[in-house]
Design a binder for this molecule. Structure first.
Ligand SMILES: [Zn+2]
Length: 101
């Protein structure tokens, strides 16, 4: 068993857990219900954590998480060629197919 992800937001942790499981990886949460204990122990110790059951799934889970975080951190972008606004998940402009700079 290995921990693959931890964040103070249980909402975010649950979302990422769902995405990892959609990739066929068995996961479980730790610290899901310890949020109320903040103050007695360090905040970081109370963050919900995603663990993979099989160590062999560890690398795969990290790749899934990296892809999710990339999407989450990206902003909408403006096409250099036609000036159209594109959603972060598009790699080429939806209007003119110009590649994102
Ligand atoms: Zn364009």
């Amino acid at each position: 068993m290995k921990m693959v992800y931890s964040n103070e937001s249980l909402f975010l942790v649950n979302n990422i857990k769902n995405i990892i499981e959609a990739a066929g990886i068995v996961t479980f949460l730790k610290n899901e219900f310890t949020q109320g204990a903040v103050g007695e122990v360090s905040v970081f110790d109370c963050w919900p954590e995603i663990w993979v059951l099989e160590n062999s799934d560890y690398e795969k889970a990290l790749v899934v998480i990296a892809n999710v975080q990339k999407l989450l951190s990206m902003d909408d972008w403006i096409c250099n060629k036609c000036g159209e606004k594109n959603h972060a998940s598009f790699e080429v402009c939806w209007q003119c197919q110009h590649e994102q700079a």
